[in-house]
Design a binder for this molecule. Structure first.
Ligand code: PMT
Length: 426
């Protein structure tokens, strides 16, 4: 779930390209996230997908004509223009070369371009066209103009195009557009201007090129935290070991494999980091020698000698103590099977953390790989809170809310975006 979209009004503009069919999935995804999705289609778009499809998915009217009347909250409104004033985000997917050109020129010769021209809030375009059209200087110039005005772009990707050619110009996948929409709409939120670095996944310590010492972490908890931080407006970095889930869009990904690589990546980020959250399951030991060749089996028993890996959070904690403040908040997780509380408190103190999130990883519904987690928070200063079983997304959102409180940003006023109060009363 993406609570950031709940109750938000999203204008979804669809211009004429075969990729219009993918916007049905996007409209459905946005609607399921409880956004109110108002669709505008160009006449060419309506040739690719029938407006009634979007009407059924969004359960709202779909407009194609400039002079169409629009039912909203019991009132009849002229066209979508009035509604555009109330939109929190304007997404155009697919955005054809022609639509991008019309927006850059400020033309207003159909409903989509009139609405876009009269709209002042955040806008996200997902271009889709043949490679030669995308790389044409005219399109590149138009994109630059729009970017200078603050318009966001997602994609295009490389892949198979409508012509059968393979190249750049394929529309971004609906999930990617959805993720980017969350990011754009979350901009200016309570973590605006802050950089949040999160570690996720289980590190892999090589024994040889095909085997490793690892653990059961999927990265679900870390990815959920990154999504929640992004949705509150933070510039978010996910330093991640191999993941079993898709990482959220709209964030910076730093892929690593080993504890040593994760340590290097986190240390490189540290001076720019406001909040550091360690949700990764970092190996405490690695094979002392890792073979360059695949080890062959033999009748003899094999013994793998292990040595300690760097403890990332411990090092961050001691640096804070010795040489100054460092990140404003450092949060660790404690994955425990026994002596839960004592071990969590030992980690809070031993690693000089502000907060430890304890999860009992022996419980079937908590910890590794599952979608839920039952956590207890231990804060520096003695506060302790046991939270009920929640989805990992909910746990992540609650932790990020705690970050907002701890950083004194509870009364943060969103700095951009339209609001429904702007709905004109003509
Ligand atoms: O990824 P999922 O499948 O969703 O599972 C989520 C999770 C169980 C991995 C997650 O909720 C979790 O508990 N992560 C921390 C797991 C862990 O390694 O805990 P720990 O008690 O061993 O380490 C304590 C803290 O120190 C952690 O924040 C850890 O990231 C950090 N650490 C540990 C070792 C090390 N060498 N360097 C570290 O920074």
């Amino acid at each position: 779930m993406a609570p950031i979209l709940s109750g938000k009004r999203i204008m979804l503009g669809i211009s004429g390209g075969i990729a219009a069919y993918k916007s049905v999935t996007l409209a459905s995804r946005l609607t399921q996230a409880n956004a109110m999705v108002d669709v505008i289609m160009t006449h060419s778009a309506a040739k690719f997908v029938a407006p009634v499809t979007f009407q059924a998915i969004t359960q709202r009217s779909v407009a194609t004509d400039t002079f169409e009347f629009w039912h909203d909250a019991g009132r009849l409104r002229i066209g979508h223009v009035a509604l555009a004033h109330a939109a929190d985000l304007f997404v155009i997917a697919p955005a054809t070369a022609h639509t991008i050109a019309r927006l850059a020129l400020g033309l207003s010769d159909d409903l989509l371009s009139i609405t876009a021209l009269s709209y002042k809030g955040p806008m996200l375009l997902a271009p889709a066209m043949e490679t030669n059209m995308w790389t044409h200087p005219a399109t590149m110039r138009n994109v630059e103009i729009l970017q200078d005005w603050g318009v966001d772009f997602v994609g295009p990707a490389e892949g198979r195009l409508a012509s059968g050619e393979v190249g750049e110009g394929r529309v971004a996948e609906p999930e990617e557009i959805f993720e980017e929409a969350c990011k754009v709409i979350g901009r200016g939120g309570p973590l605006d201007g802050l950089r949040v670095v999160i570690t996720a996944g289980g590190t892999r310590e090589p024994i040889d090129p095909v085997r490793f010492v690892g653990n059961h972490s999927t990265g679900k908890m870390g990815a959920a935290l990154a999504r929640a931080a992004r949705d509150l407006g933070a510039e978010t970095v996910l330093v991640h070991a191999p993941l079993a889930v898709h990482p959220p869009g709209g964030i910076t990904l730093v892929p690593v494999h080993t504890a040593q690589q994760m340590h290097t990546a986190v240390m490189e980020e540290l001076s720019k980091t406001d909040v550091l959250i360690g949700a990764a399951a970092v190996a405490d030991y690695r094979p002392t020698d890792s073979s360059d060749y695949k080890l062959k089996k033999s009748p003899q028993q094999q013994v793998i000698s292990l040595e300690r890996t760097p403890d990332i959070l411990h090092e961050v904690g001691s640096q804070r103590e010795k040489s100054g403040p460092g990140p404003k908040l450092v949060i660790g997780f404690a994955a425990e099977t026994n002596d839960l509380e004592a071990n969590a408190v030992a980690k809070l103190k031993g690693k000089n953390l502000d907060l430890v999130v304890l999860n009992d990883v022996s419980a079937p519904d908590s910890g590794f790989a599952v979608d839920t987690n039952r956590v207890t928070l231990f804060e520096r200063g003695g506060n302790r809170e046991a939270w009920p079983l929640m989805s990992k997304d909910e746990v992540a959102q609650a932790i990020m809310q705690r970050v907002v409180v701890r950083l004194g940003r509870l009364d943060w006023k969103r700095s951009m975006g339209n609001s429904q109060d702007n709905l004109p009363t003509d």
